[in-house]
Structures are given as structure tokens and as C-alpha cells.
Design a protein around this ligand. Structure first.
Ligand code: GUN
Ligand code: ZN
Length: 430
């Protein structure tokens, strides 16, 4: 048994519904040999009741629940930072040519190593990941994530129109390849399968039907895709699905609007789409740096929250500018501030919730991760900036736990993430 000692911050009660940041200054989290949290409280009290526990001293800095990235593309790791283009041009000129490189499996294996190390290094312990358009490359992602021990839900990305030829599949092949991969990986250790039509712009109705069939045939799989990201994209989807009354309907009409569906972006929803999303219990993965970088627009968070839509955060690498969810949280905050009265007044507690408990709930993992509550797995990040660095000075002089957390979101980078655990095991990243 281990007793972790430090300043633990989490948000088990949702700040979007009145919850506040929970903090324990000289706190303790007692973890059993299977990596589950047995108890949390003051360090002194736990040390007295469990004198035999091995103490892990994490004083200095902050200990946060492991981060949850609800939207990220593994094959785009090497094309982060191509600035200056809107979505469709960026896809054509940057993302899709790079994704075609993953036809070479040894290339894909190298990218998988870089990607998984990047996630772990940023403190992301759980993620919903867009794989490649190729089965073997997607297999490389699962293999590497499993080796390192991250909680990855991912899958083959499929499209059968409006993509470069070498990325296209067919409805029957998409079903068969997805079934093959899900048999190998769904429910294996920390890995689960997700069905991933790229976006309805690149999918025929038959392909969306094949996705629905796979979701139905493999219980527990998630659905991940894109929605209402960019005005030109929305126009194109309208033209391709003339019988659908909205972009969301292009998915809903094929049985893809579910409580286990995660739609990235939704920057330009209609009121009807917001109601339908809320009624279905589906999730919107808000991707702040991607939206800003591609000029997709400013996410209407207030409208989502007021409509009752569940929202979490995604890095959307490679349109997003990096894997750090500290940066995504800060950008989410900036964008809402820039909207003035129309923006949602995000606090540091909201940001922490979005990148931990909200993400865990979004991915159906709320009983396992997202906070330091008893019974959950010990997935944690020790944010410990180098002594004397600006962030270390800021944290040392913070007026309160909320203040320290705000400073962390304002300033932290992956270089400040000193250690990471998943299920109580230290994550060893190269
Ligand atoms: N829409 C379809 N594919 C993509 C992608 O790779 N990135 C983003 N941001 N939007 C998409
Ligand atoms: Zn995306």
C-alpha cells in the first residue's frame, strides 16, 4: 500500500452545476496494490491510521487527476503547427497528405511512439483517439498505447468519398476492418474501440450505415466524429445530404446520435441541434486551440451549457497546437472572455473539471477516473515546475488553491509535468 502526500486538487462536484474546487493542502491519497484509491484525506490522519504504508512524497507543486483528451488525431502528430489555413484547405494541404504516409507501417509505428510519449508527457492519461485510415497503422497505435499503459479508446478512421484515393475505403471493408480491430483490442486491458467516420462530408449514407452496424454489433464501442466546425464544411455537408435538415441529422438519420457519441467542435450549432444533442446525451468535444488556429470560430459554450449539452475538451492535434490540456484550458478561457457577456465565465475549477471529470464522464469512465474519489484508479499528474522557474514561484506565492490552479493553467507546459501515474503505476515514457 502507498500513501501519496501532496497538494491534491480535483473537481468531483461539477462547477457548471454549483460544485467548487476540492483541495487538500497537506493531503494524502492511500492507494492499494491494484492501483485503486482506498481513501483520501489529511496526510497526518492517514499516516496515523496506516503506519505501514509506503510514503510517496509529492510536496511542492500540485497533484491533479490524470487529464482526459476527448478528441485527438494520432496520425497528425508530425503536422502540428501548420498555421494560416481554414479547415478544408488545411485538410487538403497538410493533414490528409500526412495521414497518407501512414500506409507505411514502420512510419506509423514511429508516429505512434511519438504520439503516446507526447500524451503521457503532457499528463494525458486517458484519450479518445482518431486512428489512421489504415488497419496496420491503427494497430500500431493500440500496441504502443497498451505497452505504455494509457487508457486509450480509439479506432480506424473511415471515409468513402471526398478524400484522396489512398485514404478511401468501402462500407463493407470499413465494417470488416473495424470488427477485426475491435476483436483484438476492445476491452483489452485499458483499451477500447471507437467507430470513427471521419465526418459526414467524407462518408456516404451506406458508410454511415456500416458504422451503425458496427456500433450495434460490438457493445460498448463509442462513436467519434466531427460536427459543425467550419462554415464552408457545413455548406458542403448540406449539399451532400439534401434530405437532412441539419448537419447533426446526417449522423442521427443513421443511428449515430447516442449518449456514447462524441462530436468534435460544434462551433456553429442551430438551436435545434443543441436541443437534439442535449436530449440524446451525446457529448461535444470542444477544441479551443484548433478552432482558433483554423479560424473556425468562437465556441458558444454558454449556449451548450444552457441547452444542457455535455461538453468536454479535446486538443484536436494536429489542427490543435499541441497535446497539453493546460493550453487547451487556457485557450477555452480566452475565447469565452473574448465573447464578453455572451461568453461563459470560466474559472480555473471549470477548466480542471473540463479536462478531468467531464472528460471521464464523456468517455463513460466516470466510475474509474476523473477525480481522487475512493474506489477510482489512481491516475494522477504531479505538476512540479523546476525550482526557481516562473511557475514554481507563482505556485509558491499563490493565495489559495483556486489561485494556484489558475496559475497552473496560465503557465504550465508539459515540461512542468514531473510524474504521471495510470492505475497507480508510474508511466514510463521515453
Ligand atoms: N474534419 C474532418 N477531419 C478533420 C481533422 O482531421 N481535423 C479537424 N479539425 N477537423 C476535421
Ligand atoms: Zn478533429
Amino acid at each position: 500500500m502507498r500513501l501519496f502526500r501532496g497538494t491534491f486538487l480535483d473537481t468531483p462536484d461539477d462547477p457548471f452545476h454549483g460544485g467548487v474546487l476540492r483541495s487538500a493542502d497537506d493531503g494524502g491519497v492511500l492507494v492499494d496494490d491494484t492501483g485503486s484509491i482506498l481513501s483520501r484525506g489529511s496526510f497526518a490522519a492517514l499516516a496515523t491510521t496506516h503506519p505501514d504504508a509506503t510514503i510517496v512524497d509529492l510536496r511542492g507543486g500540485l497533484v491533479l487527476p490524470g487529464f482526459v483528451d476527448t478528441h485527438v488525431h494520432f496520425p497528425q502528430m508530425r503536422c502540428i503547427g501548420a498555421l494560416g489555413m481554414p479547415l478544408l484547405e488545411w485538410l487538403e494541404r497538410c493533414a490528409l497528405p500526412e495521414e497518407a504516409q501512414l500506409a507505411d507501417t514502420s512510419y506509423a509505428e514511429a508516429v505512434a511512439r511519438e504520439f503516446v510519449a507526447g500524451l503521457a508527457g503532457a499528463g494525458t492519461t486517458t484519450a479518445l483517439v482518431f486512428g489512421a485510415h489504415y488497419l496496420d497503422a491503427t494497430e500500431a497505435l493500440f500496441t504502443e498505447a497498451d505497452r505504455v499503459g494509457l487508457r486509450i479508446t480509439g479506432g480506424l478512421v473511415v471515409g468513402d468519398r471526398e478524400l484522396p484515393d489512398d485514404l478511401l475505403t468501402t462500407p463493407s471493408r470499413a465494417y470488416d476492418d473495424g470488427l477485426t480491430l475491435s476483436k483484438r483490442w476492445h476491452g483489452v486491458r485499458r483499451t477500447r474501440y471507437a467507430v470513427i467516420p471521419r465526418f459526414s462530408l467524407s462518408c456516404t449514407p451506406d458508410l454511415l450505415d456500416a458504422c451503425e452496424a458496427l456500433l450495434n454489433d460490438v457493445p460498448g464501442t463509442l462513436l467519434a466524429t466531427h460536427l459543425n466546425e467550419n462554415s464552408a464544411e457545413i455548406e458542403r455537408v448540406r449539399a451532400l445530404f439534401p434530405d437532412c435538415s441539419s448537419y447533426l441529422d446526417s449522423y442521427a438519420d443513421h443511428g449515430l446520435l447516442r449518449p456514447t457519441s462524441v462530436f468534435a467542435h460544434d462551433v456553429h450549432p442551430t438551436a435545434g441541434e443543441l436541443s437534439a444533442l442535449a436530449a440524446s446525451g451525446a457529448i461535444v468535444a470542444h477544441c479551443p486551440t484548433s478552432n482558433s488556429s483554423l479560424g473556425s470560430g468562437r465556441f458558444p459554450m454558454r449556449a451548450h451549457v444552457e441547452a444542457g449539452v455535455r461538453v468536454a475538451l479535446g486538443s484536436d492535434v494536429g489542427a490543435g497546437t499541441g497535446l497539453s490540456l493546460f493550453k487547451e484550458g487556457l485557450q477555452a478561457y480566452f475565447v469565452q472572455r473574448s465573447l464578453g457577456q455572451a461568453g461563459y465565465p470560466l474559472t480555473a475549477a471549470h477548466l480542471l473539471h473540463l479536462v478531468t471529470a467531464a472528460g471521464a464522464t464523456a468517455l463513460g469512465l466516470s466510475s474509474t477516473v476523473g477525480s481522487f474519489c475512493e474506489g477510482k484508479a489512481y491516475d494522477a499528474i504531479w505538476l512540479r515546475p523546476p525550482p526557481g522557474s516562473p511557475l514554481e514561484v507563482l505556485l509558491r506565492h499563490a493565495a489559495s488553491a483556486d489561485d494556484a490552479l489558475a496559475k497552473a493553467f496560465a503557465h504550465a507546459t508539459p515540461a512542468d509535468v514531473a510524474r504521471v501515474w495510470v492505475g497507480g503505476e508510474p508511466v514510463v515514457h521515453p
